[in-house]
Design a protein around this ligand. Sequence first.
Ligand code: AMP
Ligand code: GLY
Length: 426
Amino acid sequence: MKVLVVGGGGREHALAWKISQSPRVKKVYCAPGNAGTRSLAENVDIKADDIQALKKFAAQEKIDLTVAGPEAPLTEGIVDEFEQIGLKCFGPYKIAAELEGSKVFAKQFMDRHKIPTGQYRIVDTTQAAQQILLSGVFSFPVVIKADGLAAGKGVILCRSLRAAEEAVDSMIVEKKFGDAGKVVVIEEFLRGREVSFIVVSDGVKASPFVTTMDHKPVFDGDKGPNTGGMGAISPSPFVKQDQFNHIMKTIVLPTITRMLEEERKYKGVLYVGLMLTEQGPRVLEYNCRFGDPETQPQMLRLESDLMDILEAAMDGNVLEAKPVWNRKASGCVVLASGGYPTKYEKGKVIEGLDKLEKRADVVVFHAGTREEAGKVLTAGGRVLNVCASRETLEDTMKAIYGAIDELEFEGMYFRKDIGKERKAAL
Ligand code: AMP
Ligand code: GLY
């Protein structure tokens, strides 16, 4: 088989790494990939959201399966486009990916079906927002969310009325997020532990992945602005078996069943971002794709062939794949460019990668990297993902931080407390 992985982050490197281990897979392509994916795949110079170019390439190369990593091509309908010409693409159809593409749709969907989530109101004018904020329905902090995709930046946690008004203004008046911020969700701030609950669905049933959680704020102690994720671990110490069963029963399976009933059959990865509150788990968001960086530690724990799961889901019998996961504790620490998630420089030479390539006990998945004249350079905010798995989380994190000592680039920044106890976000 020939497989095309769409995207160029750490998640896509981890997916390509795992897919390339499948005995059924003869060749892996990554579009656009990064300096790391080059060692196991052929990089193709097509952007992840250029659906027409991807479609043309997949048709020309007779790709058997395309796996789209990021949300943009999925919410833009890559799966529908590929199917129109008989190409297989793993993921939800556009109409189902709206669970991630529109926060308004997701909130109203949960409301209709009593899926536990925070209280919310939807507004499209600053006057309406002000009225709600002044009415006392919500206490502070409050969360202001742009309806559409905003590259992870459209969620603003606001401690005061003034901050909330500014956030609404930035979306509706200043149009900081373009059309994505035309409609805004005002949401109750939820306290608790955040976990990422990830399953693969065939539209009817769901095969859960091992539990995981990421660390979103940029600084140690969960301080500073949210990022795409500065690290992740699997399992999550906060999801025990009874909690796991409860989440499947009250959140994951109702979501899939109700989507089917609403004629939005949900096939692909369903990533439910959850807050484990004192009142029980509450949905923060749905994502229609694998997590980044959660996929990295999850792939280290998957003993089976990932292709078995993806193909079973495509064929409508996801439960037949029966994946085996090891019981180790795995982790991932993101090395970022100084300044991320706001302004940062690119093009810095990365030193030390060769030393880690020789080691079998740590895996480095690349994210924002590119190769030039035999050197690997930084090319994005999140640059590398240093991963390991051991019997205990403590040993895992020790191995990862030890390996990070070998790596260097100008401005390199990473959190020193991944895998340690976390507090609520504010
Ligand atoms: P979202 O894209 O909606 O998941 O928001 C991104 C991040 O913002 C989440 O992963 C949480 O860390 C945080 N967040 C979102 N909604 C809430 C909420 N209602 N209460 C507390 N934190 C939230
Ligand atoms: N790590 C957060 C995400 O993948 O959305």
